[in-house]
Design a protein around this ligand. Structure first.
Ligand code: UDP
Ligand code: MG
Length: 323
């Protein structure tokens, strides 16, 4: 892998997808924080196939400030993979992962580092309030994290995003995980070590539209559930048992009506139609759940690389074949 040139103490990994409006402000605030850290640091910007001037801005920043390194993925691989790529190349003893849109205030890094000094291996930022996010999204997030917590095999803390600091020992473990459907906040909880939370208020997005579309958010949500829980699979069994119970009751009722209430309208076509649709729905839901798991088995076995790099800056020791 990458040989560290000079070894920075802190790495800040920021995934970037069409964020040309925020990059200058991001750099201003993060570099101010880097100046305050005691030790050499690097800011790793990961271009996740942006179609605007983001990459050009990154090159410029790299020319101006050698602490800024960048890597560019060959296309849009998605947020989780972009973060993974940044973590793979990060050289610091402590690695911070942060969003580009300044919803995660960079100044909080100082608090994260403080906890790291106290001996914690994972320090995650836990939001106490979300500003200016629609009530629907807030409600969904609130419900989802609680459902996930009750179903997942690991203890995934509620209301935490990917904003966190990880010790090198944790980063090493995460980097060694080959899985493709990465739910980083789950994997991070799964590895164990000493973990702690730092509360913070989530700011509104600095500029530009949200890059996580509804579809991408839904994908991530399903990923989290499927990667960390097999309860949905058991759900098929429960649904099947429920359908069987209802069928049994129906059978008893039909026999009763046949003998004692010959003119009952319920024995006719409507009852049959409802039963057929019900069973059809149960079966399709079960096949769908099964499909989610099988699709993941298929994806993992293909063994394609997680991402493809098309350009890097600031990783001079990275040789061509890695690109
Ligand atoms: N992002 C990315 N690839 C994507 C979508 C988003 O790298 O396909 C980045 C984006 O640039 C930002 C972060 O992921 O730095 C979070 O995105 P956003 O703020 O849109 O989502 P939120 O989590 O705030 O809803
Ligand atoms: Mg955001």
């Amino acid at each position: 892998m990458v040989e560290p040139q000079c070894s920075p103490r802190f790495s800040i990994v920021v995934p970037i997808y069409n964020e040309e409006d925020t990059i200058p402000e991001l750099y201003r605030r993060v570099s101010a924080v880097l100046d305050m850290l005691d030790g050499p640091s690097e800011l790793i910007l990961v271009n996740d196939g942006s179609r605007d001037r983001s990459l050009a801005l990154m090159r410029e920043l790299h020319e101006r400030d050698r602490r800024v390194c960048y890597l560019s993925l060959a296309r849009n691989f998605g947020h989780q993979i972009a973060v993974t790529a940044g973590m793979n190349l990060a050289r610091g003893e402590a690695v911070v992962v942060m969003d580009a849109d300044l919803q995660d205030p960079p100044e909080l890094i100082l608090d994260l580092v403080e906890q790291w000094r106290l001996g914690y291996h994972v320090v995650y930022a836990q939001r106490v309030r979300r500003q200016q996010e629609g009530w629907l999204k807030r409600l969904f997030a609130f419900g989802y994290y609680r459902v996930l917590r009750s179903l997942a095999d690991v203890d995934i803390p509620t209301d935490t995003g990917d904003y966190c600091l990880m010790d090198r020992s944790v980063v090493r473990v995460l980097n060694a995980m080959p899985e493709r459907n990465r739910y980083i906040r789950g994997l991070r909880a799964w590895v164990g070590f000493r973990q702690t939370a730092v509360p913070f208020e989530r700011d509104p997005r600095y500029a530009g539209p949200v890059k996580y579309t509804f579809r991408k958010s839904l994908r991530l949500a399903i990923n989290g559930l499927v990667s960390f829980s097999t309860v949905p699979l058991r759900l098929s069994t429960y649904l099947g048992l429920m359908a069987a119970a209802i069928a049994l009751i129906m059978a008893v009722l039909v026999i009763y009506w046949r003998f004692f209430e010959v003119n009952s309208p319920l024995t006719g076509f409507a009852a049959i139609a409802v039963a057929v649709f019900f069973i059809g729905a149960v079966q399709l839901i079960c096949i769908g759940i099964l499909g989610e798991y099988i699709a993941r088995i298929y994806e993992e076995t293909r063994g394609r690389p997680l991402y493809i790099l098309s350009e890097v800056g600031g990783f001079e020791t990275l040789t061509e074949p890695n690109l």
